[in-house]
Ligand binder design. Structure first.
Ligand code: PRP
Length: 269
């Protein structure tokens, strides 16, 4: 979905699967901000068409990327293309005045995108969730892998824990998770914080380990959550995860264990 200055751009598909984009009235062009929500690769061509149309009016435009496509393909993996670099080159070629990325998976996105800045809303949501959970010094913020620890290392939470995660690159399955830093006091409430929940394997494993270590309640806070989570075990009744807090960048389906949080862009751009 593409939203220009709060107006949703209407797109359709021609019978031959080419993309049809409804033109917009140039009167809406003022302090231009384009919000881009990626769901499939076809959305990238919609972004191209809309930006080229804006360029015809010779005005500047800023871009907000709600979820950075290909942000996990941020390095060369044997046998696969390092695709994030090509997606970033595609966006660079559209010449936005500024690009805001809502929680990219790693620093590589910001390194590759010109005039870009990362926004981390989960860190702003965390204090309210801690209040809601009545957090005390006995409770813990948990970073489930090195990537999360690197993104949030300077958040200033004294009682945080870091796991070391091993994922098999061939199968994509988690093979091990060990607590590398911190401790879990008996009965601790835990909030696991990360950028993205996909199939949920990372958080199921972390949740089970935390339960075995004596945690009482376990919550997950992720900026992005893929609909894939609905077909996994993470949201089952007997899952160790009591509740998931997430943004609406990838899904909005209601579920008793999911609480959505809306990002107020005005706070960031
Ligand atoms: O719900 P899941 O299917 O477990 O996927 C979610 C996890 O995957 C991503 O990390 P990734 O394992 O890609 O980390 P890396 O880039 O550091 O290898 C993300 O940061 C989560 O930790």
């Amino acid at each position: 979905m593409i939203v220009l200055n709060t107006y949703a751009i209407i797109t359709e598909q021609f019978p031959n699967k080419e993309t049809k984009v409804k033109d917009f009235d140039p009167y809406i062009l003022k302090d231009n901000l384009l919000e881009f929500t990626y769901q499939e690769d076809g959305d990238l061509i919609k972004l191209l068409f809309v930006k080229k149309r804006i360029d015809q009016e010779q005005v500047n435009c800023k871009l907000v990327i709600n979820y950075m496509p290909y942000s996990r393909m941020d390095r060369k993996i044997e046998g696969d293309l390092f695709t994030l670099q090509y997606i970033c080159a595609f966006i660079n070629d559209l010449h936005f005045e500024k690009v805001y990325v809502i929680e990219p998976h790693s620093a590589k996105t910001i390194e590759l995108l010109r005039n870009s800045e990362a926004i981390y809303p989960a860190l702003d949501w965390l204090p309210a969730i801690m209040d809601q959970m009545q957090f005390t010094d006995q409770d813990r913020i948990v970073f489930p892998d090195k990537g999360a620890a690197a993104r949030y290392h300077n958040t200033g939470y004294d009682h945080s824990c870091i796991f070391d995660k091993t994922r098999n690159p061939e199968t994509g399955r988690i093979e091990n998770m060990l607590l590398k830093q911190g401790d879990i006091p008996k009965g601790a409430k835990c909030i696991i914080v990360d950028d993205l929940c996909s199939a949920g394997g990372t958080f199921l494993w972390a949740g089970q380990t935390l339960k075995q270590m004596g945690a009482s309640e376990i919550y997950l806070l992720v900026t992005h959550c893929e609909p894939r989570v609905l077909s996994g075990k993470l949201l089952d009744q007997d899952s160790p995860i009591d509740k998931v807090f997430t943004g609406t960048s990838m899904m909005q389906q209601t579920h008793p264990k999911i609480e959505y949080i809306t990002i107020n862009l005005e706070n960031y751009v």
